[in-house]
Design a protein. Structure first.
Length: 320
């Protein structure tokens, strides 16, 4: 009996080792925890199309939206830790939500293995052209003169655009009403249609509407101006020094994924992001490609966790 058990154990170990050597031998899926058409979805599809070439297998992008990115993150956290289910982890699921929710269905640190940061971009404050404000300060004056009259859209509670506006409301001392949507694309649609006055949104999903004049950009949330919108000032330079919100996107796997598989995912993703073609493609989408080591990305997520916990605390934003 002991001999049979030993043989079975050896076969199991050998099979696991072979599976790691052959990885990947079937298509992967990458969970996007937001609807199609938003910034997270756009970035994921740009990278996945080229990353799959290096992995030698297709990467199927799967949208699982809900609750500020937590539904998709939870689904990914509970998937088999075999390297075939990845998550586009980002500022909402791995920064804001842990600060906003008293009890998440996943632990964003314990349940995930960071692979690499993909890149960063600003949120941009846009308004419908009918709003009588050409600058950020004119918008502030308008909101102060009409407290509660103007509303703003967001992709949903707990998303970085919503939190950016809440932080800005606190900083600027204005009162605008929150209208949550199920994703950035439907929120932007109602801003373009004039049903909502404006919104902060991820720049990748906002750029086309800004360029076409369907919305007016007033400010970006990062400390530096965006190369794609060089004439649009930052919030910080508009009279609010130190105001900064950076939207970021990365890739995470489950914490139980074997190290050789994580190493291959990391190496091929970084190789993809470092190609001139990918850097240019991401730059067109307003993303600053920023690949990291696994350890650097883990430290970055912890820093973002601490930052958003402080914002929620200082802004007295009620937890859910």
């Amino acid at each position: 009996m002991k001999t049979l058990l030993s043989l079975a154990l050896c076969a199991l170990v050998a099979g696991a080792a072979q599976a790691q050597t052959d990885y990947p031998n079937r298509p992967l899926r990458q969970i996007v925890p937001f609807p199609p058409g938003g910034g997270v979805d756009i970035v994921t599809r740009i990278v996945a199309a080229k990353w799959s070439d290096l992995l030698g297998q297709p990467i199927v992008v799967e949208n699982r939206a809900g609750a500020g990115g937590t539904v998709g993150a939870d689904h990914a956290a509970k998937a088999a830790p075999d390297g075939y289910t990845l998550l586009t982890c980002q500022v909402a699921s791995h920064g804001v939500s842990p600060a906003l929710y008293n009890k998440l269905p996943y632990d964003h640190i314990r349940d995930f293995a960071p692979v690499s940061l993909i890149g960063k971009t600003p949120n941009v404050l846009v308004v419908h052209p009918s709003v009588p404000a050409q600058t950020l300060n004119e918008f502030i004056e308008l909101a102060r003169a009409n407290p509660g009259k103007y509303n703003y859209a967001s992709p949903g509670f707990g998303t970085s655009p919503q939190m950016t506006m809440e932080l800005f409301k606190l900083t600027a001392g204005i009162n605008v009403f929150h209208v949550p949507y199920k994703g950035g694309a439907p929120a932007l649609a109602d801003v373009m249609g004039g049903q909502v006055a404006g919104m902060f949104g991820n720049l990748p999903e906002q750029l086309a509407a800004i360029k076409s004049g369907r919305t007016r950009a007033l400010a970006v949330s990062t400390l530096q101006r965006s190369p794609q919108l060089p004439d649009v000032p930052t919030v910080a330079e508009s009279g609010f020094p130190g105001f900064e919100v950076t939207v970021w996107y990365g890739v995470c796997a489950q914490s139980g994924v074997p190290k050789p598989i994580l190493a291959k995912l990391h190496a091929t993703l970084v190789q993809t992001l470092n190609t001139p073609e990918m850097k240019a493609r991401l730059a067109e989408a307003t993303i600053d490609a920023s690949p990291t080591t696994q350890e650097e990305f883990a430290a970055f997520i912890q820093k973002e966790t601490d930052k958003w916990a402080a914002v929620v605390r200082e802004a007295n934003i009620p937890k859910q």
